[in-house]
Design a binder for this molecule. Structure first.
Ligand code: ADP
Ligand code: 5GP
Length: 183
């Protein structure tokens, strides 16, 4: 059996990564979405092992020290990382694995998994990104300001990724992701 592919999808918060990944999985159920490990508290309705593996900061440090994460990053005061073994097992079984992760972690994938295809999702402009963050209704004004500040620095890194896709029209952005993955 030939090996599967690793696809890392990244971009600033609010750009539409989660929306695009949900649509992609609905259209291509054969894709495998990696479940990340995090130190943040579960939100109401989130399920252990389905949305995230929720762990203590000490446990997270052990996972880093023992090389069990393919990448990791701190985001908004919590740690997030991709469990290495699960991803590698799926890929060896020939499946295409998706990671939906923030930008610092996605940069590390270039070193830890050089064959991965790394996609960067861009907003049409920063004003539209701000509008989406606000309309989503999940963040305080303070969190929105921090996310926008971080977004400006992240967008400057977009050229380090294999493919850049502007999420203006959702269907067109989805088609471009499909083209990049299934070419
Ligand atoms: P992320 O996962 O990157 O933080 P989300 O998928 O949560 O972003 O999207 C942020 C908000 O933007 C959501 O309210 C979503 O419905 C909206 N959104 C996503 N893509 C588009 C698009 N192409 N046009 C308009 N709104 C969008
Ligand atoms: P949230 O707390 O809203 O679920 O996620 C916050 C951010 O962490 C999002 O940008 C999400 O893409 C990112 N994220 C989720 N899992 C991982 C991971 O395993 N690694 C990295 N680097 N970022 C992640």
């Amino acid at each position: 059996m030939s090996s599967g592919q690793l696809i890392a999808i990244t971009g600033p918060s609010g750009v539409g990564k989660g929306t695009l990944v949900r649509l992609l999985l609905a259209r291509h159920p054969e894709l495998y979405l990696s479940v990340s490990t995090t130190t943040r508290q579960p939100r109401p309705g989130e399920v252990e092992g389905q949305d995230y593996y929720f762990v203590s900061p000490d446990r997270f440090k052990t996972l880093i020290a023992t090389g069990q994460l393919l990448e990791w990053a701190e985001y908004a005061g919590n740690y997030y990382g991709t469990p290495r073994e699960k991803v590698e097992t799926q890929i060896h079984q020939g499946r295409t694995v998706l990671l939906e992760i923030e930008v610092m972690g996605a940069q590390q994938i270039k070193q830890t998994f050089p064959e991965a295809l790394r996609l960067f999702i861009l907003p049409p402009n920063v004003a539209e990104l701000e509008r989406r963050l606000r309309d989503r209704g999940t963040d305080t004004e303070d969190a929105i300001a921090k996310r926008l500040q971080r977004a400006k620095a992240e967008i400057e890194l977009s050229t380090e990724f294999n493919v850049q896709i502007v999420n203006d029209n959702l269907d067109q952005a989805l088609a471009k992701i499909e083209q990049a993955i299934f070419n």
